[in-house]
Ligand binder design. Structure first.
Ligand SMILES: [Zn+2]
Length: 202
């Protein structure tokens, strides 16, 4: 691609920013040039935050959601959440969309994927042992299986429903209404709210 060549360090920053989703060359250039005008303490703060990102942002040992410094996530720590109602999702991005829909007051369990033989991903790759341990503590009464409406998501939901069959729990799945093949991560708030509200027991 032709265009203005910047000094090497600036080019390196532009290239690094371009690796972010949704950022093209022009946007990366604008970001880098804006940073050039920042005061050095502001740049240092950003640099430090990024440098320590892998240690500071961790996964909740309880539910697998994003957390900080190895602690429980804010949802697991909150006394106002209903810990009898557990929503099982594939990825933490789905926690974000359900939270943004403001239609759920229970707690979550993030599996870290779904059963997908084509990608060599089986049940043993999901956080199911931790899920079973949580259920074993006896506080959970209802489990909502909020898997994607695709083949892998539904296979995962059936697998987990089988696993929980004799645990004396109410097990439900999201109402139909999510577009086929759609990822919960990209569904809008009203759709997520309706799918949760109209959940059906299995
Ligand atoms: Zn948590």
């Amino acid at each position: 691609m032709s265009g203005m060549k910047y000094p090497e360090t600036l080019e390196d920053i532009i290239e690094a920013l371009r690796r972010l989703p949704g950022v093209g060359r022009r946007t990366a250039e604008r970001m880098a040039l804006a940073m050039l005008k920042w005061r050095s303490d502001k740049l240092e703060t950003l640099g430090e935050l990024l440098q320590h990102l892998p240690q500071t942002v961790t996964f909740c040992p309880e539910c697998g959601n994003l957390a900080q410094h190895g602690e429980k996530c804010l949802i697991c720590q909150s006394p106002s959440r209903n810990s009898e109602l557990l929503c099982v999702v594939e990825e933490f991005s789905q926690v974000v969309s359900i939270e943004n829909s403001a239609s759920f007051k229970g707690v979550y369990h993030v599996l870290g994927g779904k059963i997908s033989p084509l990608d060599n991903r089986g049940a043993e790759d999901l956080r199911l042992d931790i899920l079973m341990r949580r259920i074993g503590r006896g506080q959970i009464e209802e489990i909502i299986l909020a898997m994607s409406p695709d083949v892998e998501g539904q296979a995962t939901a059936i697998y987990i429903a089988d696993l929980l069959q004799d645990k004396g729990l109410k097990i439900s799945r999201l109402a139909r209404g999510l577009p086929a093949g759609a990822d919960l991560s990209y569904a809008d708030a009203a759709t997520i709210g309706a799918a949760l509200e109209g959940r059906t027991q299995i």
